[in-house]
Design a protein. Structure first.
Length: 280
């Protein structure tokens, strides 16, 4: 019989000054988790306000129970798993975001976006990048906004990181998801609010400045979602792509030709004509 995987997690003890803080922390973990987890290690380096934590473990079958209890608490984190590999993100809160996911620097954020925009690596169709951008409002908390976006993307979406900025007293958050292209539902994007910075959808109705947008160069301005999905499917299946001029002249280009540089050109020039990527 295969032994069930054990999940290891920790509770960081801030400002640990003496053994009394360890006793308090141990009691906090036991009170919160009860029989769902077993404390396996209590550590303090002995320095005033030094490193200290309570380590505990529990079987994988109890992950959803434990995560529900600790997901909004900043001091808890997992040691031997990436929570994204186990749980969907139907509900997202600030505590989950800050504790579980990568916080991008400005440079990291730019590099991640640039990579996603031109990604044609093996299996790229199953990790299309989507960005949620919004300005915080006092009337609607960020948890609600992020959870609404996650619901629009579906249970196969994953968060890969986030960036928060404060500009002229305004607080902005960017959350980067990935999603399989087949799960992209244009009606849900539009209902939430896409590409128009809060002028439509749920964002618009709640006067929230923000949008949910696909980060890929093949999602040209004005291109419908189904057309975008068809382009991605053709590239993934190494099929021909059709390019068209504005006067609707068509140029069909085989995969080996349009992918010879390692990426798909949005525009191809032949003589005086410019052809733009389109669906066959």
């Amino acid at each position: 019989m295969t032994k069930e995987k054990m999940i290891i997690a920790r509770f960081d003890i801030a400002d640990c000054e003496d053994s009394g803080d360890l006793v308090w922390a141990e009691g906090s973990v036991e009170h919160l988790l009860g029989i769902n987890a077993k404390i396996t290690k209590i550590y303090w380096d002995g320095r005033d306000c030094g490193s200290a934590y309570i380590e505990f473990e529990f079987p994988l079958s109890r992950l959803s129970i434990v995560d529900e209890k600790i997901s909004d608490k900043m001091s808890y984190y997992y040691v031997n798993i990436d929570i994204n590999d186990y749980l969907s993100i139907g509900k997202v809160c600030k505590g989950q975001l800050y504790r579980k996911y990568n916080k991008f620097t400005r440079q990291d954020f730019k590099e991640t976006i640039d990579k996603g925009r031109g990604d044609y690596s093996e299996g790229f169709e199953n990790k299309i990048m989507v960005m949620l951008f919004f300005k915080h409002r006092k009337t609607i908390d960020a948890d609600t906004i992020m959870s609404k976006a996650a619901q629009a993307l579906g249970s196969n979406a994953k968060i890969i990181g986030y960036r928060c900025e404060r500009v002229d007293g305004n607080h902005f958050t960017n959350v980067i998801f990935t999603i399989p292209y087949e799960d992209i539902d244009g009606s849900k994007f539009k209902e939430f609010g896409d590409y128009h910075l809060g002028h439509q959808g749920w964002l618009g109705r709640n006067h929230i400045y923000g949008e949910l947008s696909i980060v890929h160069e093949m999602k040209c301005s004005g291109m419908e979602y189904d057309k975008f999905k068809d382009v991605i499917k053709r590239i993934a299946n190494k099929e021909d792509l059709a390019y068209k001029t504005f006067s609707h002249e068509t140029l069909v280009v085989p995969y080996d030709e349009y992918m010879k540089e390692g990426h798909v050109p949005i525009r191809i020039k032949r003589g005086r004509n410019e052809y733009w990527v389109y669906v066959c």
